[in-house]
Write a protein that binds this ligand. Structure first.
Ligand code: B12
Ligand code: SF4
Length: 475
């Protein structure tokens, strides 16, 4: 197969609410491409003060055969103040703006090169965002095998049209090339490389992620997860996950990571086997994860703590049984309380609960039920455990059950362009929600406010790139 030079770009998110995150999706794609003999460079726009200048320079200095761009975030932090300001929000107020700008720049500087987009955020709008941006093609879902296939056909005219899973434009119309199968067992069990030309040598500048599975069987009303990873659980082999953790720890010196599964420890047996192996091998790491409130009992929690768990996040979204049912969460208010009852025995594990006050069916009775659950969590010592409850809002994403509900209720019409943020946020709830930012997030709010003004500097030395040293400022 002809060797290709590929540039993979991680799109810019100007508000990095969790610091800079390692571009794991691109690392998986890069690993698959390199395994098939191609040469890969990754450009993470989040690391540079002038990301578009760096991108332009890269494109001018080297003749790549193809450029792939990954769009992880399309929203800022949902607790961002913007939704409360009475102005009409458009995608220009979101990180999608940065993607559109980068895509336009790439197609201006390297107009003859194929530009393809994907990523967790992009997948939610793959059709619409392909049409609205300068890209040649876009994908909702996994990119490893698709990119390898694309490289095989790159010399053929309009190669991307022959590859399943792609959206592309033809004569002003959007075409979908057909449904693509999930990646093979072999691809699923490939340990991602972490060192790529263009990425920092020191991976400690990043928030790193470890993936143990793909897919989610739940059907929460508002969620887009199935668009990226499907609704069937696909577990990675225990040895694949352990190799990945050990590579990160021993070859890159990274001690702290996040399990990036949408819900870690579901199914529990798989996660327990990973944790048992981590304990057995005495891998000295610290980790955090998002789990369901019913994910553990006392024994399993002890093991989690022993293997290095220092934080667990939960997204029950409501304390009202009625709303939990409407959201298809498949948990009960009692399970929420019980999760913290168990966690209290491990003060070293910090815990955050994410809630919303604007779900379909919400009324003052259900709000009161949620307040009671939140009050109980605080009474039980949530703050002592450095924990908190954070309230956010629900954005209506295309292809979700929430979109159907909003259509039925007349909150949106078929003509509403959801690329521009629309929140399921009825008026009285909006006021309540705004107040909760101050009332229930007393610790979090000043913290977030401070975050936006905080500067962070680090020296960055990249793997084999010519931009050797940059200072990075968190904006
Ligand atoms: C784990 C996670 C986190 C962790 C990350 C920890 C870490 N160290 O990485 C934490 C908790 C920190 C986090 C924070 C946030 N997150 Co988050 N997170 C996730 C989650 C669950 C998994 C992401 C991940 O690592 N996936 C694993 C990798 C391997 O998969 P991938 O990136 O999708 O890549 C694959 C494909 O997308 C595709 N692909 C990717 N790029 C490309 C490029 C091309 C060219 C092609 C062809 C294909 C392709 O191929 C890859 C391999 O198969 C996703 C949910 C999801 N649907 O994925 C949300 C998700 C990405 N997060 C989201 C959001 C909103 C946020 C926050 C803004 C929330 C907040 N309250 O502030 C912050 C932003 C953080 C930041 N950037 O500063 C949204 C993004 C979309 C959106 N609504 O904007 C998601 C999709 C959840 C959702 N449905 O709303 N997050
Ligand atoms: S919110 Fe989490 S548990 Fe619910 S469907 Fe989405 S990924 Fe699955």
């Amino acid at each position: 197969m002809k060797k290709r030079n590929v540039l993979l770009v991680f799109s810019h998110n100007p508000k990095k609410s969790f610091g800079v995150l390692f571009p794991l999706g691109l690392a998986y794609i890069g690993t698959a491409l390199e395994k098939n003999g191609h040469s890969v460079e990754i450009l993470d726009m989040n690391l540079y003060e002038k990301p578009y200048k760096v991108l332009r320079k890269r494109l001018e200095n080297k003749d790549y055969d193809c450029v792939g761009i990954s769009v992880r975030d399309i929203d800022f932090n949902p607790r961002h103040i913007l939704p409360y300001i009475p102005i009409k929000l458009t995608w220009k107020n979101t990180p999608l703006f940065a993607f559109m700008k980068a895509a336009k720049l790439i197609k201006t500087v390297a107009s003859d090169k194929l530009l393809i987009a994907g990523g967790a955020g992009f997948s939610a709008f793959a059709d619409r965002a392909t049409k609205a941006s300068a890209v040649d093609a876009g994908i909702a879902g996994e990119g490893e095998e698709l990119m390898v296939e694309l490289m095989e056909h790159l010399d053929e005219p309009d190669a991307y049209k022959k590859i399943k899973g792609l959206y592309y434009k033809e004569g002003g119309k959007l075409i979908f090339s057909g449904v693509r199968k999930p990646v093979s067992e072999e691809t699923l069990n490939t340990v991602p490389k972490r060192a790529f030309k263009g990425l920092p040598k020191d991976l400690k500048v990043y928030g790193s992620g470890i993936q143990t599975m793909r897919g989610c069987p739940f059907k929460c009303t508002y969620c887009t997860y199935s668009l990226t990873q499907g609704s069937q659980i696909r577990l990675k082999k225990i040895e694949t996950v352990i190799k990945d953790i050990e590579n990160l720890r021993y070859n890159h010196g990274v001690k702290d990571f996040t399990f990036v599964d949408c819900i870690f420890a579901h199914p529990r047996k798989h996660a327990e086997a990973i944790i048992d192996e981590m304990i057995k091998r005495k891998i000295d790491v610290k980790w955090k994860a998002e789990v369901r409130v019913d994910a553990f009992d006392e024994k399993f929690l002890d093991k989690m703590a022993k293997s290095g768990c220092y934080r667990l996040d939960f997204s029950p979204e409501s304390g009202s049984g009625k709303i939990l049912d409407r959201l298809n969460k498949e948990v009960t208010p009692e399970q929420i309380i019980n999760s913290f009852r168990l966690l209290r025995k491990h003060p070293e594990i910090q815990t955050w609960y994410y809630m919303m006050f604007n779900s379909p069916g919400e009324n003052f009775k259900t709000v009161w039920e949620t307040i009671k659950v939140v009050y109980r969590l605080y009474r039980m010592g949530l703050v002592k455990q450095k924990g908190r409850v954070l309230f956010s809002i629900i954005r209506i994403y295309p292809h979700t059950l929430l979109e159907k509900i909003a259509l039925k209720e007349g909150k949106i019409t078929r003509k509403t362009d959801l690329l521009n943020p629309v929140f399921y946020n009825p008026f009285p709830m909006r006021i309540l929600n705004f107040l909760t930012m101050f009332i229930y997030n007393p610790i979090a709010f000043p913290e977030f406010a401070l975050f936006y003004f905080k500067k962070q500097k680090f020296k960055l030395t990249t793997h084999g790139s010519n931009e050797l040293s940059h200072s990075y400022r968190r904006k």
